[in-house]
Design a protein around this ligand. Structure first.
Ligand SMILES: [Zn+2]
Length: 77
């Protein structure tokens, strides 16, 4: 019983942590538009699920785990 509750609690903590990460990434990525007015272009593919973006104007980098490169749009699962 307590084990089950523990697993559920851990799952919820992990889930909300990844949601927060996603929101932060979204805020920085800003639909591909950098704060400086430049555009984020993909420069590195770490894994199938993580993309590195670099601003073509100021060089700011951001990583996203929720954008599919091929489509260039959000993956809401
Ligand atoms: Zn920039």
């Amino acid at each position: 019983m307590y084990m089950t509750i523990g697993v559920i609690v851990l799952f919820l903590i992990g889930h909300s942590a990844s949601m927060i990460t996603k929101q932060k990434e979204k805020a920085v990525y800003n639909k591909g538009q950098c704060m400086c007015g430049g555009e984020f272009i993909p420069y590195e593919l770490q894994t199938k699920h993580e993309i590195g973006w670099i601003c073509d104007n100021c060089g700011t980098t951001v990583r996203t785990t929720w954008i599919k490169l091929a489509r260039g749009e959000e993956d809401d699962e």
